[in-house]
Design a binder for this molecule. Structure first.
Ligand code: GH3
Ligand code: MG
Ligand code: MG
Length: 387
């Protein structure tokens, strides 16, 4: 064996080792990090498939057969499809498996449609074409995901190993297209192949590093979300809403008005006692889904606790707040809520108030809205009262 092919083999062993170790680490992380188990398992599977693909590719000369040729090729495409799945899952995309699965199945069929002979250009074009396509989709998805959290330049930097991987694979594709008569093998004694293997080794590390970084960002974002959102209904929690109201109150001192609508579901205890706590939780979610379309993007809906909610309406006076509350009340009353096929009418009582120049703090506005809501309860419920 010549010196260069020994170097190529050593590099290949290094690449297989990196993917193998990464598969094991992701598997352990998947077991330990329950909320991200699907992402970690997809990444473990991707690394395992890539390790298999590269090692079986190396064994082609000694064990020519379906599993070292077709199996190896399909494993590499399936590995990249799993990487794409993991990135899309991190972004919370539904049916994330579809694009990768479609590309893998089509490629697997296309690879089988011609026999593996001495001329492998047809198969190599399909493999590297699919890998370059999947890597580009991964890079695009990673940039899109990161842009939601950081500035575009930083997003590009984070996704740079994926972009480099896509370019590297596209380069390999160009090389195959330019020299279709040269059989492609990863142990080839060409300077291009050695440079390519070195780059793959470095990018194997970079790829997993990027995935770990993206996952970490996802977890941090989830934790951040939990600190400001109510876990049941996903609206602002009491603290976050109070902070938003305080900020709005400071603005109102400079002449920008705002109003608050307080609301409390009617006879919610009876619903809980009759249909059960799960029905109560479902009713709270239905309530939020009904209220949300009634408010603008600049408005803030928050849960103060139990079945009590509050809406902050910037730039709105009490007349406007009354109209919003009345729309909410009517929409809720019209909902056909059922639990185990048993219908249950939903309604709430509303109180609206606007900030006045003499209000010392937001607490004063909240108190008036609360008193108005209490009046609505006293007057028979399913009503809007404004002060
Ligand atoms: P009213 O018309 O006077 O508002 O009567 P009500 O029954 O709605 O008022 P009350 O304050 O007596 O009851 C509130 C109930 O809300 C008590 C509690 O069991 C229920 N509750 C509070 N938080 C939750 C929750 O997160 N989920 C569910 N299912 N029930 C909750
Ligand atoms: Mg109530
Ligand atoms: Mg209550």
């Amino acid at each position: 064996m010549s010196e260069t092919s020994r170097v190529a083999l050593t590099l290949l062993a290094g690449i297989v080792l990196i993917f193998g170790v990464a598969a094991f680490v992701w598997l352990i992380l998947g077991i330990a990090l329950k909320p991200t188990v699907k992402v970690c398992l997809a990444l473990a599977g991707a690394n395992a498939l890539l390790a298999y693909s590269i090692s079986s590719d190396t064994y082609r000369p000694s064990y020519p057969g379906l599993w070292t040729y077709w199996g190896s090729d399909v494993a590499s495409i399936a590995g990249f499809a799993l990487l794409l799945l993991a990135i899309m899952q991190m972004d919370g995309r539904s049916k994330a498996w579809r694009p990768g699965a479609a590309i893998t199945v089509l490629a697997a069929a296309a690879l089988l449609s011609r026999p593996y002979g001495a001329r492998l250009a047809w198969h190599s074009v399909i493999v590297f074409g699919c890998l370059a396509l999947l890597a580009s989709m991964m890079a695009w998805q990673a940039v899109k995901t990161m842009c939601k959290q950081v500035r575009p330049r930083m997003a590009l930097l984070t996704a740079s190993p994926l972009i480099a991987m896509a370019l590297l694979l596209a380069l390999r594709l160009v090389e195959i297209l330019q020299t279709p008569h040269v059989p492609l093998t990863l142990v080839a004694e060409t300077p291009f192949n050695l440079v390519w293997l070195w780059s793959t080794l470095v990018l194997g590390l970079g790829l997993n590093g990027t995935m770990a970084f993206l996952l970490l960002m996802r977890l941090i974002l989830d934790i951040q979300r939990l600190t400001v959102r109510d876990p049941l209904t996903d609206v602002l929690n009491r603290r976050a809403l109070s902070e938003a109201i305080e900020r709005e109150h400071l603005q109102s001192l400079r002449g920008v008005p705002y109003a608050l609508v307080m609301l409390d579901m009617d006879r919610f205890k009876t619903l809980n006692d009759t249909l059960g706590h799960a029905a109560g939780d479902a009713a709270l979610k239905v309530l939020v889904a009904t209220l949300k379309p009634c408010v603008r993007d600049v408005d803030n809906l928050g849960r103060l606790g139990g079945e009590e909610f509050c809406v902050l309406l910037p730039g709105t006076d009490v007349v406007g707040a009354f109209l919003v509350a009345e729309r909410m009340r009517a929409n809720l009353e019209a909902i056909d809520f059922r639990w185990n096929d048993e219908p249950w009418p939903l309604s709430a009582s509303f109180g609206a108030a606007q900030a006045e120049p003499e209000d010392l703090s937001a607490e004063d506005v909240l108190r008036r809205a609360d008193q108005a809501m209490y009046q609505a309860k006293v007057q028979g419920r399913n009503l809007v009262q404004a002060v």
